[in-house]
Structure formats: C-alpha cells, structure tokens
Design a protein around this ligand. Sequence first.
Ligand code: UDP
Ligand code: MG
Length: 319
Amino acid sequence: MKRITILIPAYNEEQVLNKLYTRLQGVLAGLSKYRFEILFINDGSKDRTLEIIKELKRKDARVSYINLSRNYGKEIAMIAGLDYATGDAVVIIDADLQDPPELIPQMIAYWEEGYDDVYAKRRSRQGETWLKKSTSKLFYRCLQKLSNIPIQEDTGDFRLLDRRCVEALKQLRETQRYTKGMFSWIGFKKKELLFDREPRAAGQTKWNYFKLCDLAIEGITCFTITPLRFSSFLGALISLFAFIYMIVVMVKTIVYGDPVQGYPSLMVIILFLGGIQLLSLGIIGEYIGRIFNECKRRPLYFVDEYNGKKIPARQLVYE
Ligand code: UDP
Ligand code: MG
C-alpha cells in the first residue's frame, strides 16, 4: 500500500486545527487505497496549537507531529516536515483551510498517472485586497524576467510532491529559503490544478507588507544575480554619459571661456550619482549578507520533540 504524508505547518492555529482535521478526515475516508500520515509541524506556536495536535494524535494514530524549538517561519517549517515525512508522496497544505483538502484525491490521481509535482493554482483570490493581488502579480512578472526559471504565478505551497521531489528538495539546504522557487528549480514532471482560494477560515494571517517585501527580495536574490549585473550596467551607462558631458564641458570652456556657473546642475549630478552608488552598494550588500548567512552553515532548525520523544539537539534526522 502506498503511503502519503499530509504535511501541515502550523503557527498559532488553535482556531482552525479541529476544523481542518474534520475536513481532512472526510477526504481521506474516501481514499481507502492509501495509508496516510498527517504530519503537523508546530512552528513554535504561542497558543494551544500543540495541545490540540497532541489531542488529535491520541484520537487518531495517523497523526504525528514535530514540535520545533521556536518559531522559524513557514519556509523552515516546511523543510523540517519534508525531512521527517515518511510517505511515498507528500501533500503540503496550509492549516488555515485556504487550501481545500477536497483537492487531494485529484492530486493523487494525477500522481498515479506519473506526475511528480501536482500543484494547485489559484483561479481567484477571495478575501485578499486589490493591493496584495496587484503587487503579487508585479512581483512574479519581475522574478520571471530576472531569473530564467519559470516560476508559477498564483501558486502557493499547496501541492503533492513525489518522493523524488522530496529527496531533491531535502538536498537544498540553504538557510534563506524561497521554497516556491525551489519547486520550480528542481524540475520534474509538473501538473497544474485550478482551484478557488477561500479566505482564511479563522485566525490571522502571519503576513504583512514588510514580510512580503522581505520575501520578494529573498525570491529575487535566491535565484538570480541579475541585480548585480544591473548595477554594473547602470555604472557603465553613467560613465558613458559622464564622458560625453566631460567633452561638452571642455569644449565649452575652451571655446567660450568659463564664467563660473552651474551650481544646480552640479548638485543634482552629485546627488544622483550618490544615490546610484548607494543603490549599487545595497545590491552588493544583499548578496554579501546572503554569503555571510550561508557560510555559517548552521542547521536549518532544531526539533524539540517528535511524536512525544525529545530530540537531542545534535541528532539530525536528515543526513
Ligand atoms: N506558518 C508557519 N510559521 C510561520 C507562519 C505561518 O508555519 O511563522 C504556517 C501557518 O500556520 C499556515 C501557513 O504557514 O498553515 C500559511 O500561513 P498564513 O495563512 O499566515 O499565510 P497566507 O495564507 O496569508 O499566505
Ligand atoms: Mg493563509
């Protein structure tokens, strides 16, 4: 019998976990051909999330959980889940019921047809503001242009991954993770499913614009060094203009003599160049920061507890 892991990262989700479990159970009941593992990753929740998960585990042997040592963020929670998942396939799903579990049977059907990565694409985004939708669109367009990997627009982390993809993702151990891009980067046979994304069932989204901005920079710097090239290009262009302007100034001085003038233009040029220099430094800084973070080679996370067992800090399941 094939085994499928349902991977659910959860951070402060006490209000929705029971609802999620009920709906999931309904869906899984119709799939008697498979064995399931419902793997919760408690990402350092400060509410009753962990207790609820433990309660569910007592009721249902299919439930297992990892309790991370603190809040690491969803990206890390996901890789932790992939490290611990035991299934032949893994379905990653949000705890807040924005990803309908009812799609899982269809994902499994495609998986059986031989697809390795069946991802759910949002047909609509209810409960999200116009601003979020349009900035998201703009970001994907930029990312697409800058990096050469086709990154699926309007696609979240809700997807089924074959064991091969899971093993591939487990080898990408960078600390600053942009998982959405990694799914594309690893390749394999992909299949798209369309669905209507519902608003959050209850509770609060953990995202704000500051974090989204961070994620956007992450997305770009993780996958492409085009911004570095952009600053070289800008530098070259400005040097060219400066050279031409120099000749203009020289000719003017020689031919017409030079009454001292041009304070405004001088000021503008200095400020403009200063801005460009700082921008370029910032771009370089982004990448240096990334090198700094990666070269520390820290483990991605520590697990406090796996199914009730305390995990020693040095013991990494993945290796
Ligand atoms: N999540 C997590 N750690 C965090 C933030 C979020 O594990 O630090 C989980 C959260 O519990 C949920 C999923 O990631 O299952 C998506 O989070 P959220 O709904 O806040 O994001 P959105 O749907 O608004 O993109
Ligand atoms: Mg959500």
